[in-house]
Each structure stands twice: as structure tokens, then as C-alpha cells.
Design a protein around this ligand. Structure first.
Ligand code: NAD
Length: 255
């Protein structure tokens, strides 16, 4: 066991926003238990190496967020290994393109199970193992969280559900001093958005940047720093909120 001041559980930690968050936590002296999806094309050792280079501690564990026992094991291992669990970040997510008329029930169910059910499983396990006074964050999206995105009804529905789930968790766990918030990222350059089949791809992201008031897409680190802020004591009076980080995209005047 390695005693630490604060310990965070982060799912989807082998890539993108989750990996950037593991590094951001390491830079703030927070130990990380990072979940990675077995079989996904992301090397969890890359996250461990970056965390160690930042002077932090990291335990990477195989966690499919559709598997309750794996999520539960991850939360209990956090306590067994580091002695406590303070923060839980439900970041893992799946993005698929599917036209409504062509969508199978299996496609719908898989998406809801990962992008909404996964959040519930992470928070449920955290509620069982987390110290009072902790904090939780889930990652929604401007797709569903604000906008409608054609060909992505299942993703949008799951992401729209995330802020509602967070509000209810915030109310239920407030008596324990545990806060719960959602972040709503705009267009962020990660493996997910760089996928030209299911998302915008590199060219789509460059085109979209022109319509973003800040003139660019966001980085994984910019979302990671927002999440780190929301779990930190600097956000001690913030709970039940959904915070948009999108370079001004969703408040742009439609003229
Ligand atoms: P990403 O693809 O790099 O990260 C998603 C991670 O989730 C991957 O590591 C993947 O292996 C993991 N994952 C997928 N299914 C899983 C499962 N069943 N169990 C456990 N892990 C699983 O992309 P990202 O952009 O860093 O995504 C992080 C979160 O941000 C996701 O929830 C995504 O929907 C959300 N998001 C991203 C953007 C964007 O523009 N990139 C915008 C809004 C929201």
C-alpha cells in the first residue's frame, strides 16, 4: 500500500482526456487509479509513463465500464493500494455513427450501456468506497448535452442523460459532503474526434475550428484541467452543475 493525500479513479485513462487528466492529477500530487478498456488500441503503459514522468503515482487496471464487477474491483483496489478514494471521474465513452432508421437495438443498447450506464456504475462503486467529502465528475458532450447531432441519436441520448444523473447523485450524496458535476466538452482533439468514420476526423475538425469563437478546437488537457478544478477544493461550493468548455461554440450568435 502507498499512502497518498488524495486518490482519483479515472476511467478511459489510456487515451485522450482520461490520459491528460491522469497527468494533470499527477502534477497536483493526486494518485491515480486509471481504468483502460482491455483490447482497445491504446497502451495503458503510455499513461503510466507520463504520470511517472510528472512525478506521480498511477495504477492502471483493466476496466470495461459495462462490467459492474470490474468497476467495483477498480474502486476497491484504489482503497487497497493507495489507502483511500477521493475523486471518481466517469470519462470512458464510446462514439459511433448510426442513422436512426438503420440503428439496431444492439447498437442503441451498447451505447447507452457504455456512455450512461458506465457513469452510473463508476459513481455507484465510488459511493461505496469513497471517503466523505469527495467529488465526482462525468463527461457529457455538446452532442446531446446542448446540440442535436444527426446520425448520433444514441450517443446524444446517452450524453443528454449524464447531467441529469449527476444532478441526482449530487443531491443524494450532498449529506456526505460529496459533490458531483458534469463537464460538457465541445470539439476536443482526441482519438475519438479524430476518427473520420464515427466523428469529424482531422479535416472535419479543421473546418469546424473556423466556426468556433476562440478559433480552434480544444485540447484534452483543457478539459482535464476543468475536471481537476471541479474535483478540487477550489470548487468546494459547486455541485449538481454541468459546465460547458467549448471555446464559445454554443453561445455564438446565430447571425
Ligand atoms: P478517447 O476515445 O481517447 O477516450 C475514450 C476512452 O474510453 C478510450 O480510452 C476508450 O478505450 C475508453 N472506452 C470506450 N469504451 C469503454 C468501455 N466500455 N469501458 C471502459 N473504457 C471504455 O476520446 P476522448 O475524447 O478522450 O473521450 C473521453 C470522453 O470525452 C468520452 O466520454 C467522450 O464521449 C467525451 N467527449 C469527447 C469529445 C471530443 O471532442 N473528443 C467531446 C465531447 C465529449
Amino acid at each position: 500500500m502507498h499512502a497518498c493525500d488524495k486518490v482519483a479513479l479515472v476511467t478511459g485513462a489510456a487515451s485522450g482526456i482520461g490520459q491528460a487528466l491522469a497527468v494533470a492529477y499527477a502534477q497536483a500530487g493526486v494518485a491515480v487509479v486509471g481504468g483502460y478498456l482491455p483490447g482497445a488500441p491504446h497502451d495503458p503503459a503510455a499513461t503510466s509513463a507520463k504520470v511517472e514522468a510528472a512525478g506521480g503515482q498511477c495504477l492502471m487496471l483493466p476496466v470495461d465500464v459495462t462490467r459492474a464487477e470490474q468497476v467495483e474491483e477498480c474502486a476497491s483496489r484504489a482503497v487497497a493500494h493507495f489507502g483511500r478514494l477521493d475523486y471518481a471521474v466517469a470519462n470512458a465513452g464510446l462514439l459511433r455513427q448510426a442513422a436512426l432508421a438503420e440503428m439496431s437495438d444492439a447498437q442503441w443498447t451498447e451505447m447507452i450501456d457504455v456512455d450512461l450506464g458506465g457513469v452510473m456504475r463508476v459513481f455507484r462503486a465510488a459511493a461505496r468506497h469513497m471517503a466523505d467529502g469527495g467529488a465526482m465528475v462525468a463527461v457529457s458532450s455538446i452532442a446531446g448535452g446542448v446540440y442535436g447531432w444527426e446520425q448520433h441519436v444514441h450517443y446524444s441520448a446517452a450524453k443528454a442523460g449524464v447531467p441529469g444523473l449527476c444532478r441526482a447523485v449530487a443531491m443524494e450524496l450532498a449529506p456526505r459532503g460529496i459533490r458531483c458535476n458534469a463537464v460538457i466538452p465541445g470539439l476536443i482533439e482526441t482519438p475519438q474526434s479524430l476518427d473520420p468514420v464515427n466523428s469529424l476526423g482531422p479535416e472535419g475538425l479543421s473546418r469546424a475550428a473556423a466556426g468556433i469563437p476562440l478559433g480552434r478546437v480544444g485540447s484534452a488537457r483543457e478539459i482535464a484541467l476543468l475536471i481537476r478544478f471541479l474535483t478540487s477544493d477550489d470548487a468546494s461550493y459547486v455541485t449538481g452543475q454541468a459546465v460547458v468548455a467549448d471555446g464559445g461554440l454554443t453561445v455564438r450568435w446565430p447571425g
